[in-house]
Structure formats: C-alpha cells, structure tokens
Design a protein. Structure first.
Length: 275
C-alpha cells in the first residue's frame, strides 16, 4: 500500500474504489426491462461518456488525475518487468509510447535498451505529472534515461500530435484501446497508420490476453478487467486474437504475431498493410 515501494498497488486500489467500484456496485442495473446502457453515466451523471466521461472528470479534478497516474504506475507491480522483457522491444531503434501516462513502462523499456531514444505522448496535465518523476530532483527516474527521452503534449485523437515515423520505430500502447468503443479505437489506429505508412515501423498493443474461447485456467483478473471496461466505457472491452485481427484490418494493419508475457498482458504486433 506504500506509494514509494517499487511494487506498490496503492494507486490501483484507490482508482478501483473511487471510480471503478462506483460502477461495479451497480452491475444489476445492466439487467432487466429498465437496464441502462452505461453504468458510468448512472453513477457520474455530470460527466457522461459522450461528453468526455472519466477523462473530463480527471481534467476537472486534478487530484483524481494524479491518482489515476498512480494507478497506472501500480501496473508495474503486476508484471511490468515481465511485460517489458517478454515483448520484442529490443529489435527496435526508437520507442514511441502512445498515451503512456507517467512513462513508467517506457522507463523499463529504456532501461533494457540503453542508448535508444524514447518518446512519451500524453495529455498536457499528464505530462506535467510525468515531469515530476523524470526531471525533478526528488523524482524516481534519475539515472540518465531522461537524457534520451522526449515528452510531447498531445491527444492521440489528433493525428498532428503523433510523431512522424521513421525506419526502426515501434509505436506502442498498453491498456489504451480497451478504454474505447470500436469507432474511437479505429480513429486512434488510423491516426497511427497515417504516421507509420511507408516506413519500416511496427505497432505493439499490450492488453489482457483474452482467449478465443473460454479456457480452463485463465486468470480471473482478466475477466475482471474486461468487466471494468464495460462498466466505465460501455462497449469497450478486452479483445481475443480474432477480434484483434478484425479491428486491425479495418484500420489498415496486418496482424503479425501475438506475444504472451509472464503477466496478464499479451502484446499484439502489427504493421501497416502494403497498398
């Protein structure tokens, strides 16, 4: 529960209680003749999904924004080191972290690949919190990696904010697309495709390893995360390999491989289709 411990999960517990369980506690409202479409809108009527939802709430309440950043940082205590080691990041020359929050996962990748450049893109208020960890005297990431890091204020729904790709780049997202319904996912992917096409670039997507069908032995936490996405974002979800293939092809990508990791996450590798 200590935030200053490298494997702390205090942030995730706080986020799950303050935002997640508020919806989880009303699961019964999804059933029956008077079922609601989205639990988030029921619990947080001043911040409906169609008007920004949880992201607007975080924007208006900086303490929640900071708490969510700590929650994403807490993911590192749930196998972050294994995720960074087991996915094929070492074959790339530059790492572009799309929506990477405080840069906690990018930090692990850069530690494993010294001397290579990293780019962190997220909303301005998130980047301000990230700078505290990377650049302030009492920050946690003060070992030289920050010298190879560029931070960009930007929104992945705005293609102009996304860095132009070059040969050897990997664009990656971890726990991003599961926050969005299909139309928004396609918008994000097509924006990335615009900056990647014509170059030898790769996309890696890290999300929960849902099986193509129910399988004995799948960690229950995977389904908990899937339900959490349903509660907060409506039609958002964790995807199976077949669902990834379908979504990627709609956005102009070819699915290349799926890499399991020693965690809840697998990484989906894709490249832009050749015209």
């Amino acid at each position: 529960m200590r935030f200053d411990h490298p494997n702390s999960v205090s942030g995730m517990i706080g986020h799950t209680v303050c935002e997640g369980y508020a919806a989880f506690g009303n699961l019964d409202k999804l059933l029956g003749p008077d079922a609601v479409d989205r639990l988030w809108d029921l619990v947080f009527p001043d911040y409906p999904y169609e008007q920004g939802g949880i992201w607007k709430l975080f924007h208006d309440e900086p303490e929640r924004e900071e708490g969510f950043g700590r929650a994403m940082w807490s993911l590192e205590g749930l196998g972050g080191k294994a995720m960074a080691m087991d996915a094929p990041f070492n074959k790339f020359d530059r790492f572009i972290d799309i929506g990477g929050s405080l840069g906690h996962f990018l930090y692990k990748i850069m530690l494993n690949n010294p001397g290579k450049e990293g780019i962190l893109l997220d909303r301005p208020e998130v980047i301000e919190n990230a700078k505290k960890l990377w650049y302030e005297d009492d920050g946690m990431y003060k070992d030289g990696t920050q010298e190879s890091l560029t931070m960009i204020n930007g929104d992945f729904f705005d293609s102009s904010a996304i860095p132009e790709g070059r040969d050897g780049d990997v664009y990656f997202m971890r726990y991003i697309l599961h926050d969005w319904q299909e139309a928004e996912c396609l918008k994000i992917l097509r924006n990335l495709h615009e900056k990647m096409k014509g170059k030898k670039t790769t996309l890696l997507i890290g999300e929960c390893a849902m099986p193509n069908r129910d399988t004995i032995g799948q960690p229950p936490a995977i389904y908990k995360v899937d339900m959490l996405m349903l509660d907060i974002f409506g039609d958002a979800m964790e995807r199976t390999p077949l669902q990834w293939k379908d979504l990627l092809e709609k956005a102009g990508f070819q699915l290349v491989a799926i890499y399991p990791t020693r965690s809840l996450v697998h990484f989906v590798e894709a490249v832009p289709m050749v015209d």
